[in-house]
Ligand binder design. Structure first.
Ligand code: SAJ
Length: 415
């Protein structure tokens, strides 16, 4: 069967839009679907609705070439790519409702010969469920969970693996893992991804691909949890954890990651829970790493509060709100959580420097007693400087500006 040329991408967020732009700039006809009309309008004007290096130019080029347009309802295509969120609920179980809603939306326009690819990071078994959800809505068509290679529609999982801040590079350069509900499903998805991928494409079954993706993020979470645990142990011993890790990493087979104020973002702080949910009795290390990383923000708050109690009306400068360096993304950000908790403690005044946002998030601003200022002003006013995010701008701070202040450098950038 020929490689698909008309693609419908459901979900135009951090993964869907870069994927849409990458496929469109390579000559495929792409229609992107999102439920948020503002996102759809921005893309149709040739604008990227969020910031990511090289994305804006790719979107404006693809729209100007007439290869990419956005809409609010799926349209008939050769292949569908689902790139919607898979958040966790309060009880740490996966919320698959966005995927089910995407299945519901594309089902009416499916035709024999179509390929459906799930890119969203998903708990084991989700791609098979997707095939079943589609089958329930289209009893006139056959699907691979019960017709394997003979099915009318092919269904596969190709988990996204790109790092925010490097998405447009990694979407091309990274290896891809593709898991088919049947072998033919995997092969057809490979033909689609070969259009953009310069890395190798590895074919497997759908559940193995789901678990491979979750294992990547859980591996990173466990490694960061190890670094965060070491940081608390080293504080207790009165030694510098960053020096300890630097020295340990001189061993040829050791590569400890960096401690920080906690783990944020919508991936590493979420995905390991999908493994815990799938095998709660066996996922002991993975669960503990999550717990260690989730405890780190309150540990940081506790250390700052202890120090602030020595002052009358101290000014605390929180440097950074985003979940990691040089992005504007605040999702699951430990820096935002710590800043919010410090404001709630009401131990003095809090000033925030965050070069990647124009205004404080509404929930934080509503607490009162907190202002957004520039980096130099924040440091100058402060009695206590709390570095939360290793943005390039903060790395460049002159050490003399910190003299006489209590400094908490959670990322070890000013050592
Ligand atoms: N962090 C540390 N110490 C470190 C590295 C990271 O504290 O040494 C923190 C960051 O500050 C941040 C969090 O971890 O709060 C996550 O950041 P990250 O850069 O490790 O990862 P993400 O969430 O931006 O992207 C990850 C990537 N996965 C892996 O590297 C295995 C990316 O490739 C995935 O595509 C992405 O998750 C995803 O969407 O699943």
């Amino acid at each position: 069967m020929a490689a698909p040329s008309r693609i419908c991408i459901v979900g135009l967020g951090y993964i869907g839009l870069p994927t849409a732009a990458a496929l469109a700039t390579r000559g495929l006809d792409v229609v992107g679907v999102d439920v948020v009309p503002g996102v759809v309008d921005a893309i149709n004007r040739g604008e990227a609705p969020f910031s990511e290096p090289d994305l804006a130019v790719a979107v404006s080029g693809a729209v100007a070439m007439g290869r990419l347009r956005a809409t609010t309802a799926p349209e008939a295509a050769d292949a569908f790519v689902i790139a919607v969120p898979t958040p966790i609920r309060e009880d740490q179980t996966a919320d698959r409702s966005y995927i089910e809603a995407a299945a519901e939306a594309i089902a009416p326009v499916l035709r024999p010969g179509n390929l459906v690819v799930l890119e969203s990071t998903s708990p084991p078994g989700t791609t098979l469920r997707l095939s079943r959800w589609l089958a329930e809505r289209r009893p006139d068509l056959t699907f691979p969970h019960d017709h394997q290679d003979a099915a009318d529609v092919n269904v596969a999982h190709c988990p996204e693996r790109v790092l925010p801040g490097r998405i447009m590079i990694e979407i091309v350069m990274n290896d891809r893992v593709i898991g088919g509900v049947s072998p033919t499903c995997a092969e057809r998805a490979r033909d689609l991804y070969a259009v953009v991928t310069q890395g190798r494409i590895h074919l497997t079954d759908a559940t193995t691909a789901e678990m491979a993706k979750l294992s990547e993020n859980a591996y990173r979470d466990v490694n960061i949890g190890y670094a965060n645990e070491l940081s608390m142990i080293c504080d207790h011993l009165g030694i510098d954890v960053h020096e300890v890790i630097e020295l340990a990493n001189r061993h040829p087979r050791v590569n400890v990651l960096q401690p920080g104020p906690g783990v944020g973002g919508h991936c590493i702080a979420v995905d390991p829970w999908f493994i815990v949910e799938a095998a709660p009795e066996h996922a002991r290390l993975i669960r503990t790493a999550r717990e260690v990383n989730e405890s780190k923000p309150s540990y940081v708050v506790g250390e700052v509060v202890k120090s602030a109690q020595r002052y009358r009306d101290p000014v605390i400068a929180c440097l950074g709100l985003t979940f990691k360096a040089d992005v504007d993304d605040l999702r699951e950000s430990p820096a935002l959580r710590i800043t919010t908790d410090l404001v709630r403690h009401g131990l003095g005044r809090v000033v925030v420097a965050e070069p990647h946002v124009d205004a404080l998030p509404a929930d934080l601003a509503a607490l009162g007693g907190v202002r957004l200022v520039d980096t130099a002003a924040a440091i100058e006013e402060a009695d206590i400087v709390l570095l939360l995010v290793d943005h390039a701008e903060f790395r460049g701070v002159k050490r003399a500006a910190l003299r006489g202040k209590v400094v908490f450098d959670t990322r070890g950038v000013w050592r």
